[in-house]
Design a protein around this ligand. Structure first.
Ligand code: N01
Length: 532
């Protein structure tokens, strides 16, 4: 039986897969897109937990490629809620008629490169087999949800949910005793919302996190108008910025500023809220003394907000510099611990030992609960890629090539895997940026590359192993200049037992990274091998 063929297979119908499909169509290429969910939206399809909201401002967290789309869509709040982002994804799918090339509820299980035909043979869990010239992964960086292997978890008789696999039906917390395990971005968003609905909430915290108020509010019409009129300029500056957001990053030093200047700047940014807080002083990212000044400012805020000094201290991060784990932005997080129905349990000193039929037992005590919320994170960046059995030239598995950590050239390709592109792959800024800026840059780079191949008559492109080695060295060197390696973060794979400890994203900034990618193209795809 002959296997159907297509020019490209795209994996994932999140914002990267949708835009990639649109651009491939523009190039006149046939595409089949596989998505394991039942609809578009990627991370926003799965993360339906109460309180889920993006912490990049809505007018910045959206596509810029279409003027009509930009003018047609109106955001209703400063930060977009999950339901609104999902509506936006569905609007985009309709507007560009994307669904006709998508196969939902279908997981790509295997992709093998066949050197004889220079094609990818792709298989799915529903028995599809398709041959494609190009394989493009749009699988997201945080899509492989992870629940730690707590003994006894299966015996729990109540309801339990991971934030990243939240049910489509409403979860009823009324009158319930709820446990939340995890205090990363997801935990910090869900805890205040559950606290308002549940009888009691017990938060199991291993590592306290720094969180900055988001100060969400309804969209101001005059600002929305200004953005529509000025978005081209705004987007240009975001693309050249360190993190792909519009907030201003002060090049000044926290150490050189006087105490009053420093406090004024931090107070101003705290009052404004959101990711711009960390842009107060450039040396926060690289100098531990500067970082400590900003970290202590946040601890001071915690002491002001939280009534019980013992709880305030437990909520105060002291084991990692601020900004070295993904920063969190909240609505009423610290104040939630003043509620009589909320308690904080330190599972650093007394770890969770077991989940029982009726609750959670730590090394110090037992807690009876009706519902467990796992806000325990993801096997980030490499997890979703390695979940697929991908084999390259000579039948080498990607899992083997990346056994000691991911290796890529620019986060876009990996040597030995011709015509495989990884949108926002490890080795690119990805999770250290506004994902929309990084997604559009990668999709446009890939589309430009495929156009170049067509124009020059090349059919195969592959990363050169030496260029890849040099890029990986550069990624490591840039990370080593920052304070990032000082935290046990998912950026380093530290949250997954046995995962190689490698700083995965590129910390050089999206503006610098984009310039590098453009320069490589201008030099005739330097570091890539193109063949007919
Ligand atoms: O996951 P996380 P997340 N026992 O890995 C704890 C994006 N995001 O879903 O720090 C006890 O950050 C773990 O403790 P520790 C964003 O990029 C964005 O919250 O490892 N606790 C930690 O507290 C974010 O960074 C948005 O000591 C255990 C928590 O679980 C990323 O997704 C919203 C444990 C996991 O935190 C992931 O965020 C949500 C154990 N055995 C997510 N294992 C917005 O845009 C883990 N933990 C707003």
């Amino acid at each position: 039986m002959s296997v159907p063929s297509t020019d490209a297979v795209v994996i994932g119908a999140g914002f990267s897969g949708m835009y990639m499909l649109h651009r491939l169509r523009g190039l006149g290429l046939t595409t089949r897109l596989y998505e394991r969910g039942d609809g578009v939206g990627g991370t926003w399809y799965w993360n339906r937990y109460p309180g889920a909201r993006c912490d990049v401002e809505s007018v910045e967290y959206c596509y810029s490629f279409s003027e009509e789309l930009q003018q047609a869509w109106d955001w209703t709040e400063r930060y977009p809620s999950q339901p609104e982002i999902l509506r936006y994804a569905e609007h985009v799918a309709d507007r560009f008629d994307l669904r006709r090339d998508m196969r939902f509820r279908t997981r790509v299980t295997r992709a093998a490169y066949d050197e004889a035909t220079a094609r990818w043979q792709v298989e799915t869990d529903r028995g599809d087999r398709v041959s494609a010239r190009f394989l493009i992964t749009a699988v997201g960086c945080l899509s492989d949800a992870r629940i730690p292997a707590f003994p006894g978890a299966a015996s729990f008789r109540g309801e339990s949910h991971h934030t990243g696999r939240w049910p489509h039906e409403e979860v009823d917390f009324a009158g319930r005793r709820v446990a939340v395990i995890g205090t990363g971005s997801s935990g910090i968003q869900i805890i205040p919302v559950i606290a308002e609905r549940a009888a009691e909430v017990t938060v199991f915290q291993r590592t306290p996190n720094y969180t900055i108020p988001a100060w969400n509010r309804p969209m101001r019409p005059e600002y929305a108008r200004w953005v529509k009129d000025n978005h081209a300029e705004m987007r240009r500056s975001m693309r050249g910025s360190p993190f792909g957001i519009a907030a201003t990053f002060n090049p000044g030093s926290a150490l050189e500023a006087s105490e009053q200047e420093r406090l004024d700047e931090l107070e101003k940014r705290w009052a404004h809220g959101g990711p711009g807080f960390l842009g107060a002083f450039a040396d926060t990212a690289v100098d531990p003394r500067a970082n400590e000044l900003v970290a202590e400012f946040v601890r001071g805020k915690i002491r002001q907000i939280v009534d019980d000094p013992r709880v305030a201290e437990l909520l105060s991060p002291r084991d990692h510099p601020i900004g070295t784990k993904r920063p969190c932005f909240d609505t009423d997080y610290y104040a939630t611990f003043n509620r009589p129905n909320v308690r904080l349990v330190d599972v650093r000193t007394a770890p969770i030992e077991e989940i029982t039929a009726t609750g959670i037992r730590t090394a110090a005590a037992s807690y009876e609960v009706d519902t467990i919320v796992y806000a325990t994170g993801y096997d980030a960046m490499t997890g979703p890629l390695l979940a697929i059995d991908i084999t390259g030239t000579g039948g080498v598995p990607l899992r083997a090539k990346w056994a000691a950590g991911p290796r890529t050239y620019l986060g876009l390709m990996t040597a030995g895997f011709p015509n495989l592109f990884t949108i926002t792959g490890p080795g690119s800024p990805s999770v250290l940026s506004n994902m929309f800026v990084s997604i559009e840059q990668h999709v446009e780079w890939i589309a430009g590359c495929l156009e170049h191949l067509a124009r020059t008559g090349a059919t195969v492109i592959e990363a050169d192993p030496d260029a890849e080695d040099a890029w990986m060295r550069h990624v490591g060197e840039v990370a080593a200049q920052t304070l990032f390696p000082r935290a046990d973060s998912w950026y380093l794979g530290a949250n997954v037992p046995g995962k190689p400890r490698v700083f995965m994203p590129y910390a050089g900034g999206v503006g610098t990274y984009r310039a590098t990618c453009d320069e490589i193209v201008a030099k005739g795809y330097e570091g890539f091998v193109l063949s007919p």
